[in-house]
Design a protein around this ligand. Sequence first.
Ligand code: COA
Length: 415
Amino acid sequence: MAKALDGVRILDFTHVQSGPTCTQLLAWFGADVIKVERAGEGDITRGQLRDIPDVDSLYFTMLNHNKRSITIDAKNPKGKEVLEKLVRQCDVLVENFAPGALDRMGFTWERIQELNPKMIVASIKGFGPGPYQDCKVYENVAQCAGGAASTTGFDDGPPLVTGAQIGDSGTGLHLALGIVCALYQRKATGRGQKVDAAMQDGVLNLCRVKLRDQQRLDRTHVLEEYPQYPNGHFGEAVPRAGNASGGGQPGWILKCKGWENDPNAYIYFITQAPVWKEICKVIGREEWLTDPRYATPKARLPHLSEIFDEIEKWTMTKTKFEAMEILNEYDIPCGPILSMKEIAEEPSLRRTGTVVEVDHPKRGKYLTVGNPIKLSDSPTEVKRSPLLGEHTNEVMKELGYTAEQIESLRAERVI
Ligand code: COA
């Protein structure tokens, strides 16, 4: 079946995580992604966190599916010639080098436009224009600078980063949307454009509810759904909210049967107002229905911690899956805390292609996360990541180089 981005050619200058997640998505939607790497080492992640000696790491393989790999020394004049041909023939150049690196390679925006005015140049940097624009940035720096760390964790603990890679993979997603929009606009204008996504901006976008809360705090000096209310202290900035829900429906993580030995025997429980009656019934506290301290969502806010303590007495009598089954019968929103082991083994995620087993010539079979975005007319087929330089000959031939020229460039270590 045809794919959504059939015919789109991506010159992929990305490395590590943020950029590769973007180009992997585009490849899953059908774009031809040509990943340019340095001969010898390639993307640094090929060799990082290796679990099998001399085999591309899972870090690399899980971020670079469905791409082709070509090795080019971008700083060698003959290597630049190859790259210039690629710039002429591709639709999008994606990069996440440190600030200024692409310019230092000789590929300024002006030069790229000279070579191909239709080219879209998409970049991820740690920060947008401002005091930190020249800084190198990794995931956790972005989480800290984007507001996530100061608002994650418990009140009595330090700022905390989250395991979800919102700085890297989150910004990759933002960039992919920008690229698709630029491709769409190019249909009307005939021109390429620059697409910039800064990791700080991407994280802040995902933390927008916390900027909402900052302004509520400035005005009212209290956040009634936060665990600090009513007895704790509010300062000038949004505090860490523990496991409180970011929305208008109070929630918390509660222990389930087996929590003493299983670190993930917990459930997220939301006391959604429309099912308050059902919650009281399920946990056997029907007297709350007529008690004015619990009668309305507003009245319940100062009592949330006692309410959750009571609900927990009930959840501790059930496994997280038993609790889930019972609560779902009443449409009470809740979710089990799933471990990565449970997710890896979950059959429904395998069936939808969200968790996929891939075969790799050197590592054998491994699991990966497939495309989380499902298009009915453009199904994703996850193909293994390329070996370093696996497609160098193929791409060079497509660019018009003869076998002799390719061998000569290889001997000169240009490719
Ligand atoms: N041929 C020749 N040189 C190449 C090359 C190639 N095929 N590919 C890369 N290089 C060179 C670059 O030109 C650069 O050289 P320069 O510094 O002399 O200009 C050099 O390799 C290193 O690139 P750089 O991006 O600085 O890598 P780094 O390992 O020092 O830094 C990051 C890594 C991630 C910190 C940095 O790239 C960065 O801040 N990126 C933007 C934010 C980002 O995406 N961060 C998240 C990563 S998950």
